[in-house]
Design a protein around this ligand. Structure first.
Ligand code: ADP
Ligand code: MG
Length: 260
């Protein structure tokens, strides 16, 4: 099981006028339920990406630890970390595809590096192409020859190509047009249901979190405010901030509906 135990991360302030560090994560503990999707949500700068990056070993906490099945995810032990990283799939916001490799080459990078069985990998790629509803001809195109939505489908296939146990997604739909975004949200839901993996999804959109994740972690200023279902957030807000956050997001939705 994937978890954060008392993780604190400070960064020097980007502007030199400040003498205090930025506390990106402040004693954060989250246990991610296996085979379930958990959404990390909260205002910009509240620490969502830092939490995700800690889980994949890209951030060295000042205190506390990320763990995977009890094993510490420790950036200071690169060999151990590599083994753990291979059990995770990670997608950053813009997809992070290598521009000089075709979609297929991007997807097969890690399976080849890990010397996974070629037939298994080919079967898996077929399954992923179907799951993500990606046009097969696109596999031999370069990222610049694909649409934004197609690039994100490739990034998702790449994160899943080595059949990881957990999938970590940092605002995977953040840069997409609303219509394409809605399309991919529906597909993601089907993909998560099919694969039954532990998924951690960072988003700033409560409707997306409610649609995709039975479990939602609402963060503010580096802290976990409430870890609950959407219904509980609405019906039993832990603090006034939860109610304000929910209200702000739902009134935005209503405003969109009335202008549509
Ligand atoms: P979110 O993903 O919720 O928008 P982040 O985790 O990216 O938030 O950032 C949390 C806080 O930490 C922000 O104030 C951000 O500016 C700061 N921060 C994140 N990464 C760095 C970094 N590498 N150097 C300095 N400050 C950072
Ligand atoms: Mg972020």
């Amino acid at each position: 099981m994937l978890r954060l135990d008392g993780v604190t991360k400070r960064y020097p302030h980007r502007s030199k006028r400040h003498t205090h560090p930025v506390v990106a994560l402040d004693d954060v503990s989250i246990a991610f339920e296996p085979a379930t999707t958990t959404a990390l949500i909260g205002p910009s700068g509240c620490g969502k990406s830092t939490a995700l990056r800690t889980l994949v070993g890209l951030v060295r906490p000042d205190a506390g630890r990320a763990r995977f099945d009890g094993d510490p995810i420790n950036p200071d032990r690169p060999a151990r970390l590599r083994g753990l990283r291979h059990r995770l799939g990670y997608v950053i916001q813009d997809g992070g595809l290598f521009p000089h490799l075709t979609a297929r080459q991007n997807i097969l990078l890690l399976p080849r590096h890990l010397r996974l069985d070629a037939d298994d990998t080919a079967r898996r790629l077929d399954h992923l192409v179907e799951l993500t509803r990606f046009p097969k001809a696109g596999l031999d195109r370069f990222p610049s020859e694909l649409s934004g939505g197609q690039r994100q489908r490739v990034a998702l296939m790449r994160a899943l190509a080595h059949d990881p146990e957990a999938l970590l997604l940092d605002e995977p739909l953040g840069a997409l047009d609303p219509l394409i975004r809605a399309d991919l949200q529906t597909d993601l839901k089907a993909i998560f249901a099919d694969l039954k993996k532990t998924v951690v999804l960072v988003t700033h959109d409560l409707a997306e979190a409610a649609f995709l994740a039975p479990s939602i972690v609402l963060m503010r200023e580096g802290r976990v405010v409430q870890h609950a279902s959407y219904r509980e957030l609405v019906e039993r807000p832990a603090e006034p901030f939860v109610r304000d956050f929910v209200t702000a997001q739902t009134s935005r939705l209503r405003a969109l509906e009335t202008t549509a």
